[in-house]
Design a binder for this molecule. Structure first.
Ligand code: XUL
Ligand code: CO
Length: 437
């Protein structure tokens, strides 16, 4: 039986609609900057939150009402849940999904049995993908929930934990390939440490690099051509996550010769936790060619931890889309809603409200970004701010015609630098606002 039988396919009704189960801005067929919105965003539903989120928090158990869930986490129940997931995404109109291996199928007593469970559920996923045309944005492996990974997976002090993780990623890559996934994500999970006293940092990072090289080698061996992504996060669960932010991740990839194979999957609230804005992370990764995909969500500055709320801030979405348009768009990445419902929003219909809001927010953000780019006023102001580099000594420095001695001569002759001009921050902000309201 259908799980959401009372909910129709979510229609686009335009900005004046008051229907909560409709899109006001996300029209999948509307063309923006040469691509339909469907192609621009490649929206993805995160299986772990949307299908497996229970609403549990450190102070109490789950609250979510999910009538399709059986009393036990059997393969049969998991297969049924897959059908519900695809019914949801189909009605929502989200063209992609993402999953961890352990989100979709239950873990058993041995790796062999667990793999069997996964194969059985993947068969159903394949059927549902073929039925609906919904595709896999990226797959990943959960290398952090099981107690065997308490010290980490690739960076564990226990070599068997590393070996188990390797076997798990091998299988997850095979499954991702079988499902035609466009990518594969490494999020560090517990790859980090709690105390310096018990940690051999160099050894752990060497192991992490060896692990990622094994994944890249195996992908090559089986002909998996999807994009690998590394997902930065500064803390939580460990105090010092090795993959702190874009800069730390890029440095790691460079140091260990992985830059040809791995880009970044940047998550909004992970940037916030690192003390950055997501646009900083996107631009930092983008200008060096590491911009891959985005996990869309938002935090709550008054709570301060990884609350994974659905994005509702149009400014934020506009900045994200501006960054992606600047670097050539999202594909083969996408906008994956790594976001969950509040514990108090426990009814199935809340899943629709959350995703509709996120998709509309990004659609409006894209329109704002495209208009900013089409008008070109901000770009002109930005160029004007750097005008001293467009000619004269600035242009000569940029083209390598100077050194300390010639610049000293230049300045001794001139006496002092030209006076500075106003940064016009408030004017920049006012102009951005013209596009938003
Ligand atoms: C954790 C997180 C993960 C990754 C996938 O904070 O973001 O869900 O996106 O493992
Ligand atoms: Co994420």
């Amino acid at each position: 039986m259908a799980a959401f039988h009372e909910i129709p396919k979510i229609p686009f009704e335009g900005p004046d609609s008051k229907n909560p189960l409709s899109f006001r801005h996300y029209d999948e067929n509307e063309v923006v900057e040469g691509k339909t919105m469907k192609e621009q965003f490649r929206f993805s539903v995160a299986y772990w939150h949307t299908m497996r989120g229970t609403g549990a928090d450190p102070f109490g158990p789950g609250t979510m009402l999910r009538p399709w869930e059986g009393p036990e986490d059997t393969v049969e129940n998991a297969a049924n849940r897959v059908r519900v997931a695809f019914e949801f995404s189909e009605k929502l109109g989200a063209p992609f999904f993402c999953f961890h291996d352990r989100d979709v199928a239950p873990e058993a007593a041995t790796l062999a049995e667990t793999n069997k469970n996964l194969d059985a559920v993947v068969k159903v996923i394949r059927e549902e993908m073929d039925r609906t045309g919904i595709r896999l944005l990226w797959g990943t492996a959960n290398l952090f929930s099981h107690p065997r990974y308490m010290h980490g997976a690739a960076t564990s002090c226990n070599a068997d934990a590393f070996a188990h993780a390797a076997a798990q990623v091998k299988k997850a890559l095979e499954v991702t390939q079988e499902l035609g996934g466009d990518g594969y994500v490494f999020w560090g999970g517990r790859e980090g440490y709690q105390t310096w006293w018990n940690t051999d940092m160099k050894r752990e990072l060497d192991h992490l690099a060896a692990f990622m090289h094994m994944a890249v080698d195996y992908a090559k061996e089986i002909g998996f051509t999807g994009q690998f992504y590394f997902e930065p996060k500064p803390k939580e669960p460990t105090k010092h996550q090795y993959d702190f932010d874009a800069a730390a991740c890029i440095n790691f990839l460079r140091a260990y010769g992985l830059t040809d194979h791995v880009k970044l999957n940047l998550e909004t609230n992970h940037a916030t936790l690192a003390g950055h804005n997501v646009e900083h992370e996107l631009d930092y990764a983008g200008y060096q060619g590491f911009l891959g995909s985005v996990d869309a969500n938002t935090g709550d500055l008054l709570l301060g931890w990884d609350t994974d709320q659905f994005p509702t801030d149009v400014y934020l979405a506009a900045k994200i889309m501006l960054a992606f348009l600047k670097y050539g768009g999202l594909a083969p990445g996408g906008v994956n809603f790594d976001a969950k419902l509040r514990r108090e929003s426990f009814e199935p219909v809340d899943l629709f409200h959350a995703h509709i809001g996120g998709m509309d927010c990004f659609a409006k953000g894209l329109k704002v970004a495209a208009q900013i780019r089409a008008d070109g006023e901000l770009a002109r102001m930005l160029d004007e701010r750097y005008a001293s580099w467009n000619a004269g000594v600035g242009a000569e420095i940029e083209t390598g015609k100077h050194d300390f001695k010639t610049l000293e001569k230049y300045m001794l002759e001139k006496g002092d630098a030209e006076p500075n001009r106003s940064g016009r921050q408030e004017l920049f902000e006012n102009i951005v606002n013209r596009y938003v309201f």
